[in-house]
Design a protein around this ligand. Structure first.
Ligand code: FES
Ligand SMILES: [Fe+2]
Length: 410
């Protein structure tokens, strides 16, 4: 699909190869359908909330159709293995944790945290070549989340890891979100970055006219700044508690900065006359299925504690309710967008907002065509790098067939 798009006057991301400039200053969008672009596996992705991975228990996680068995050993450390026993493919997440070993529930083969088999209890003498084990994934636990690195493990160490100074700081308290949303992760980025959708939230936020103050873009990011001026209307009490009004109840404008920095997204709300954010949000949208039409949204909402002791504690349930209401509305919209894509079989969006065109370029050029990701299967990272996604020749269109996860073998 090629369409004329409103221009962005030279702000095209350097890495966004597929978009082409037209002589009239407008540009055309790439033919590669963004919804057929898989998220790049060479990043750290949350796949579980830490407290759900209980001591000496397993947890069945997933990344883009790849099932991952997490388990927490006696040492407290979390390990991540391919979720299939090398013997007869029974999920290892059905297994039993013994010290820092994971034992399959069926014939009790034992695995170390690096995926190597440490014991086959009944191995017959002279058995020539027992399998060595299964794939393991690099794991990091931070911010109350378990992150894995599903791509090339050699890149794990040098891959950027989120830096969230507000998390765990005595000046802030964090509200954690973890839920499945039935849409491609790109709809999530577009939803949060495009603040022109406040009409959707009119019943919760009251009347707000967001004004785009400016935005910047680069090969891996788009950052937009909006001024939010309240313009009356009834709104949820939690909205006031969370925004510039704070606990004083005065109506003041907020400056909201939203940034997609591949593959994460952040939002900072700074009251107009303040220096520090009233709250910050960090989010990751982690595909669950191989086709990536469903994502698991993890969010950390870090709220500055007001000077009045205990005030945030009192406000907490209102803020929770408010954020749930807003999220439910956003989910309704993005899931409807995905359903339309499913019915139409292609992206027929007519996007008019330049920074959304830019974030689409960022997501496209940093991702991998779904075909490459699926071909790589559960046994390894895709060989394609970010640039492959920008080929724009339609190759990706042909091969995003459904492929049940359980057929994908290394
Ligand atoms: S299937 Fe796991 S030990 Fe047999
Ligand atoms: Fe929204």
């Amino acid at each position: 699909m090629t369409e004329a798009r409103p221009g962005v006057d030279g702000q095209l991301a350097a890495g966004a190869a597929p978009a082409a400039a037209r002589p009239d200053g407008h540009r055309t969008e790439a033919v590669t359908d963004l919804r057929r672009i898989g998220i790049h596996p060479d990043h750290w992705y949350p796949v579980a909330v830490s407290r759900k991975v209980r001591p000496q228990r397993t947890f069945a996680a997933v990344f883009a159709g790849e099932r991952i068995a997490l388990y927490r050993g006696r040492s407290g450390r979390v390990y991540a293995l391919e979720d299939r026993c090398a013997h007869r493919q029974v999920p290892l997440s059905m297994g039993v944790v013994e010290d820092d070993i994971l034992r399959c529930c069926y014939h009790a083969w034992a695995y170390r945290g690096n995926g190597r088999i440490s014991q086959i209890p009944y191995l017959p003498k002279g058995c020539e070549r027992p399998p060595r084990g299964v794939r393991s994934f690099p794991v990091r636990e931070a911010f109350g989340l378990v992150f894995v690195f599903p791509g090339d493990p050699e890149k794990a160490e040098s891959a950027p890891f989120p830096v969230l100074p507000e998390f765990g700081s005595p000046t802030h308290r964090t509200m954690t979100f973890s839920r499945t949303v039935k849409c491609h992760y790109s709809f999530m980025h577009e939803n949060l970055l495009d603040m022109n959708h406040q009409f959707l939230h009119r019943g919760v936020l009251g009347r707000i006219k967001p004004e785009l103050l400016g935005y910047e873009t680069g090969p891996r990011f788009v950052e937009a700044r909006y001024l939010f001026v309240p313009a009356g209307g009834r709104k949820d009490r939690g909205a006031g508690l969370l925004s510039a009004e704070g606990l004083g109840g005065k109506e003041r404008p907020d400056v909201i900065t939203i940034r997609t920095e591949y593959p994460y997204q952040t939002l900072h709300d700074v009251p107009e006359d303040a220096e520090l954010p009233a709250f910050s949000l960090w989010a990751a949208y982690v595909p669950e299925d191989a086709e990536q039409r469903t994502n698991h949204a993890y969010g950390l909402l870090m709220i500055a504690k007001p000077p009045v002791p205990g005030a945030l504690h009192v406000a907490w349930p209102f803020i929770r309710r408010f954020t749930e209401r807003v999220f439910a509305q956003d989910r309704m919209a993005v899931e409807a967008e995905q359903r339309a894509w499913d019915e139409q079989g292609e992206d027929r969006n007519h996007e008019v907002f330049p920074l959304i065109l830019d974030v689409r370029d960022v997501l496209r050029s940093n991702g991998v065509p779904l075909s490459a990701q699926q071909e790589a299967g559960a046994g390894g990272a895709p060989s394609a790098n970010g640039s492959a996604a920008g080929a724009g020749d339609g190759r990706a269109e042909a091969s995003a067939e459904p492929q049940p996860a359980d057929r994908r073998q290394p």
